[in-house]
Design a protein around this ligand. Structure first.
Ligand code: 13P
Length: 280
């Protein structure tokens, strides 16, 4: 069933687990995410980034996800990831997304607060929940996200921001990066504790790819309720493709076979993440 993201995350917070928000951009990525979630009997968030609006038919995509969600045996939410433009947010709301992320992290805190508050007013009128970001996530390797400054979240600023904007969940920057790490990860779980102590809404961790399993597990134990996953899933698919095409007999394989195999490669990586986030 398609449910509001906030509903999924409040339950996750209460029961101390996290839900994967898988970045998707075609049928195979959506099918893989829902299939894995059903196999594990765990909710899932289907996340489409604003940066794919140029290549994906947003309304067509939303009705596809709605259809697949309706048939699913677990709660499914449809989320707009990293949106920088109000127009994209309004478009996603009209198309039936259940939550949107407004990313004003490049602005000074006052401007980010002002802009986020306006988005919250619009989204809440439509019953859509809102994620925002304080601090910013830096860019690692093989990601297709925008460059971020990598500024860590200030817990006091985060508390004030949440109170003033009325956002439903907050992305906290604690040292993870979008994509694979270029050096040793330095994830500040102590900072997560400080933020958790001051902020009572569900917390979101961006940049799961390449983050050591034990750190992800610990982040969930310490209060992360939603974890965004993109690059590692994409790499599983592209590496599978590269290996396939290196085999002589696969060079002229039918595209349908290639796509099905690619989906399977993504499913095994997604399974690893969902199991970590279940906190069992
Ligand atoms: P990764 O690409 O590091 O998994 O991060 C995804 C993400 O945070 C999308 O918002």
């Amino acid at each position: 069933m398609l449910v509001n993201t906030k509903e999924i995350l409040l339950k996750a917070k209460e029961e101390q687990y996290a839900v994967a928000a898988f970045n998707v951009f075609n049928l195979e990525t959506v099918q893989a995410a829902i299939r894995v979630a059903e196999q594990q009997q765990h909710p899932v968030i289907i996340a489409l980034g604003e940066r794919y609006f140029g290549t994906v038919d947003v309304e067509g995509f939303a009705s596809l996800v709605r259809e697949l969600a309706m048939k699913a045996s677990i709660p499914v939410a449809l989320h707009l990831d990293h949106a920088y433009e109000k127009e994209s947010i309004v478009r996603a709301i009209r198309a039936g997304f259940t939550s949107v992320m407004y990313d004003g992290s490049k602005y000074e805190i006052e401007e980010n607060t002002r802009r986020t508050k306006e988005i919250v007013e619009i989204a809440h009128m439509a019953g859509v929940s809102v994620e925002a970001e304080i601090g910013s996530v830096a860019l690692g390797a093989f990601s297709d996200e925008e460059e971020g400054a990598g500024t860590l979240t200030d817990p006091i600023e985060a508390k004030k921001f949440v109170e003033e904007t009325g956002v439903d969940f907050l992305a906290a920057a604690i040292g993870t990066v979008h994509g694979m790490y270029k050096g040793e990860p330095n994830i500040r779980l102590d900072l997560l504790d400080e933020i958790r102590n001051l902020v009572d809404i569900p917390l979101v961790l961006h940049g799961a790819s390449g983050t050591p399993d034990e750190i992800l597990r610990e982040a969930v134990v310490r209060g992360i309720c939603k974890v965004n996953v993109n690059t590692e899933v994409s790499l599983a698919a592209t590496r599978h493709l590269a290996e396939s095409f290196a085999q002589e007999e696969r060079k002229n394989a039918h595209l349908s076979t290639i796509m099905a195999d690619m989906q399977q490669a993504m499913e095994s990586v997604m399974t690893k993440f969902v199991r970590l986030f279940m906190n069992k």
